[in-house]
Design a protein around this ligand. Structure first.
Ligand SMILES: C[S@@+](CC[C@H](N)C(=O)[O-])C[C@H]1O[C@@H](n2cnc3c(N)ncnc32)[C@H](O)[C@@H]1O
Length: 291
């Protein structure tokens, strides 16, 4: 018996549309090749504090200089992706010359189709619109991952560090400024957090409401039936610091909380300083409701 397989061409349209879409996106997201001057590469890696514990991914890696320098000078591992096969060949050649082929890899790939989950550091020299397209994907990376960008910002996502660096090598040796930006991926902390402290033999309840825009936090604390504003609310990766002053019934008490966020849990310490309440307490807070 002969079985005839009829391939209905229209059934393949969705897959075809996906392929065409991906190709068009790659085409659209093309950034011209302009290498980062080597003195700027060194400064980017310094600002990102790259060490041998890091895994660096360069998005649009050109001749591989950022990944190769991270491996050769700082002992980091990592990979680069570039859409252009000539750049990949140059990058592999440079890795060989620098003796770091055991630490780095280069893939011909669209940067938007690249899995970034391994990265502790991401470097990029792209374009403002590409940075903005990448932003949601970057913000979903592990808290604490550092992003270092040459010349282009992320608009309203303000950098943790911004530096203007004079490069002798920029513009083919004519010299000029490079803008360098560093962001640390913030943990997602918005919502209502609760904890208790054993003060003067009695449990004292605290409720903090945090609003978050990127790494910027605002909020208030409800304690002893009153709401007080947060005086300091800082987030760097998963490290959270909150300061507020509350009257616990015997005058104002300054509270300084420091610790780490892990999903819906916070663990750290609270330093209290007031007339009748002082000392350091362990704090274990839970997020009752995320925003
Ligand atoms: C400005 S160069 C930067 C090269 C290198 N990162 C450096 O700083 O020296 C941008 C690089 O991105 C590559 N590129 C452009 N669009 C890309 C895409 N969609 N996916 C991967 N690479 C891309 C280009 O081929 C080029 O090599």
């Amino acid at each position: 018996m002969m079985v005839r397989t009829v391939v209905r061409w229209w059934a393949m349209l969705p897959a075809l549309a996906l392929l065409v879409g991906a190709a068009a996106h790659a085409q659209e997201s093309r950034v011209p090749y302009v290498p980062t001057p080597q003195d700027v590469v060194h400064r980017m890696l310094q600002i990102a504090r790259v060490t041998s514990n890091d895994y660096l991914i360069d998005l649009g890696s050109g001749d591989g200089r950022i990944v190769v320098t991270a491996a050769a000078k700082h002992g980091a591992r990592g990979f680069g992706v570039d859409i252009n096969p000539t750049r990949i060949a140059e990058a592999n050649e440079n890795a060989k010359k620098a003796g770091v082929i055991d630490k780095v890899e280069f893939y011909q790939r669209d940067l938007f189709q690249t899995d970034l989950s391994q990265a502790t550091v991401i470097s990029m020299y792209l374009l403002p619109r590409i940075n903005l397209d990448l932003r949601p994907k970057l913000l979903d990376l592990k808290p604490g991952t550092r992003i270092v960008s040459h010349d282009f910002s992320m608009e309203e996502w303000k950098p943790d560090i911004h530096e203007t660096f004079y490069s002798k090598e920029k513009y083919h040796g004519a010299g000029g400024n490079s803008e360098l930006y560093l962001w640390v991926i913030p943990a997602k902390v918005a919502g209502e957090w609760r904890w208790e402290l054993p003060l003067r033999g009695k449990p004292q309840a605290y409720v903090v409401n945090l609003n978050q825009t990127f790494q910027m936090l605002t909020g208030n604390v409800q304690v002893s039936g009153r709401s007080v504003p947060l005086q300091v609310a800082r987030l760097r990766g998963d490290e959270l610091r909150l300061t507020f002053t509350a009257d616990l019934g015997a005058g104002p008490v300054k509270h300084e909380l420091r610790g780490k966020v892990d999903g819906n849990r916070f663990n750290g310490t609270a330093d209290l300083s007031g007339a009748r309440s002082q000392g350091r307490y362990d704090v274990s807070a839970v997020r009752a409701a995320a925003q």
